[in-house]
Design a protein around this ligand. Structure first.
Ligand code: MTE
Ligand code: MO
Length: 248
């Protein structure tokens, strides 16, 4: 049917409802409504996808050796001094778009409720390893700082430099508050070794290895990735065409 002026200017509620019924039967409108449904369905599926958990494994499935990759020691004077003091002077800075910028000591991080998870690390170079990671939820730390509503991403600034540039990575707030996203302080029941990113490294379990920032020194909440590095959100994203969203 053609939508008539009478339908559009329908007066009473009853009439309006009647008009709605007719609109729903009107093919073009029905197509729009159905496509709305489809968009809704895709959106919901995407959101449910993003909330899904990474598989977790049994203790007997832990790899005997967990390989180290990328930087294995920042080896800068500043980092070496931190190692020498057992990270007593290390502070995790949390800043950017937060209500309360923080400088958390390692003891404070160890004092937060922690989560342990046995997960599989998948490196884009073609190797994997299963390990148990333990540490506070990144969400707990971000809630302490109070992320402002304008923030859309969190950036991790690391202590190591590759070719003179400090390593950096970023994730969006959906991953930042995912229940398996932790700041790992331990691997397989031991404090993180220097090789695995001491004293704190990100575990964002539904993404590839290069997102798992080691040697995290600062976390910054930002509205856009435009001002970070060359704007693609990570050290490797900016240098070779690694995807920013490295979903597994
Ligand atoms: N700061 C920093 N984080 C990093 C890297 C790096 O070079 N520097 N390499 C990434 C890559 S490619 C991988 S596969 C993992 C390796 O973590 P692992 O050494 O604990 O196995 O760390 C990731 N996080
Ligand atoms: Mo990797």
């Amino acid at each position: 049917m053609i939508l008539s002026r009478r339908h559009l200017v329908a007066g009473g509620a009853g009439l309006l409802l009647g008009a709605c019924d007719k609109v729903q039967n009107w093919a073009p409108a029905r197509r729009i409504l159905e496509s709305g449904d489809k968009i809704n369905w895709h959106l919901q599926r995407a959101l449910i996808d993003r909330a899904a958990l990474a598989p977790e494994y049994r203790p007997d499935q832990i790899s005997p050796v967990f390989r180290q990759n990328g930087s294995q020691n920042p080896n800068t004077p500043a980092y070496n001094a931190l190692v020498a003091s057992g990270f007593a002077d290390w502070r995790l800075r949390v800043g950017g778009l937060v209500r309360q910028p923080l400088a958390l000591s390692l003891a404070q991080l160890h004092g937060l409720p922690a989560r342990a998870q046995i997960t599989r690390h998948d490196c884009v170079e073609g190797w994997s390893a299963i390990g148990q990671w333990r540490g506070p939820l990144l969400g707990t730390v971000l809630k302490l700082a109070g992320v402002r509503p304008e923030a859309r991403f969190v950036v991790f600034h690391c202590a190591d430099q590759i070719g003179g540039t400090p390593y950096y990575e970023s994730i969006d707030l959906i991953d930042a508050f995912h229940p398996q996203t932790i700041l790992a302080l331990q691997l397989n029941g031991h404090l993180l070794s220097v090789g695995h990113g001491a004293p704190a490294r990100l575990r964002v379990e539904r993404q590839l290895g290069y997102k798992q920032a080691k040697y995290v020194m600062a976390i910054e909440a930002v509205p856009t990735l435009a001002g970070i590095g060359d704007g693609k959100g990570g050290y490797w994203e900016d240098r070779i065409d690694y995807d920013w969203y490295a979903g597994i």
